[in-house]
Design a binder for this molecule. Structure first.
Ligand SMILES: Nc1ncnc2c1ncn2[C@@H]1O[C@H](COP(=O)(O)OP(=O)(O)OP(=O)(O)O)[C@@H](O)[C@H]1O
Length: 259
């Protein structure tokens, strides 16, 4: 079943440090929303608040379910979260680690079955990780580890994916493999995607909507063409850029040198 995501009056922060203020967003089932904004504006905090990992007020709806009323396992069956800089456990092979993604679907004392192993094998294949399946997770390169963490999230088979800078540390080819895979899940399974992306050209290519955050508030939301303007990038990033058009019609954000 495909589900959308709705945020109502969402505010969040850390102890005495309020970060996000009254965020309202609607992401339709099968939509891809990219969250953009300068460093420290609250993008990761927004994803953590949706995932229930930081104190917040307001409501997060996953389809017809209020996230705050779901138990941890139920939430983990509906929502997959790829954190930035995930901490990796010691002593696990890549396969064992990715199998952890199946945990929310297992009974209390049940072990993974063949169908779980098949799901993991398929995900590893789609992320170009099959050849590393039996390697110790800790011995992988940074980009390989990043793909393994995403593989664990995808093995969770959730209707909503929250991806915090999913292409961090990936070369351009593996970044494209990852984004294309997420896009395929979105188109074929109706997976709903919310991702932060510092690469604004990727954001323009893959997201159908973009929200620009500044100082914890939504300052612009719309299609990539509507939100990605040289003026906005100057105002909210202090960046000098020019906007080009790729052959597929999407925006390319090109930085300009000089003052
Ligand atoms: N655990 C924490 N305790 C206190 N403050 C925090 C914590 N985590 C983040 N912050 C602060 O909250 C603000 C927003 O941080 P957040 O990580 O959401 O920003 P971001 O937009 O994702 O930044 P970046 O683009 O650099 O990843 C920052 O001022 C940050 O210093």
């Amino acid at each position: 079943m495909t589900v959308g995501l709705t945020l109502r009056d969402l505010s969040a922060g850390y102890r005495k440090h309020p970060v996000l203020h009254e965020v309202e967003l609607d992401v339709p089932a099968g939509g891809w929303l990219a969250i953009i904004g300068a460093n420290g504006t609250g993008k990761s905090t927004l994803l953590k608040a949706i995932a229930g990992l930081v104190p917040h007020t307001g409501d997060v709806w996953i389809g017809e379910h209020k996230a705050s009323e779901l138990g941890r396992r139920e939430l983990a069956r509906k929502l997959g979260y790829l954190p930035q800089g995930a901490s990796l456990p010691d002593g696990l092979t890549v396969t064992d680690y990715v199998l952890l993604g199946r945990t929310p679907h297992l009974g209390a004392l049940a072990r993974e079955g063949q169908s779980d192993v098949d799901i993991v094998t398929a995900v590893l294949g789609r992320l170009d990780l099959s050849h590393l399946a039996s390697r110790q997770l800790r011995t992988l390169s940074g980009g390989e580890q990043q793909r393994a963490v995403l593989a664990r999230v995808l093995a969770q088979h959730t209707g909503v994916l929250l991806l915090d800078e999913p292409t961090t540390g990936l070369d351009i080819g593996h970044a494209q493999i990852l984004l294309e895979l997420v896009d395929t899940l979105r188109r074929e399974d109706g997976t709903t995607v919310v991702s932060t992306l510092h690469d604004l050209t990727f954001a323009a290519q893959y997201a159908d909507r973009i929200v620009l955050i500044n100082c914890g508030r939504v300052v612009a939301t719309g299609t990539p063409d509507e939100v990605l303007t040289a003026q906005a990038l100057t105002e909210y990033y202090g960046a000098r850029t020019t906007l080009l058009t790729a052959p597929d019609g999407s925006r390319v954000v090109a930085p300009l040198r000089g003052s």
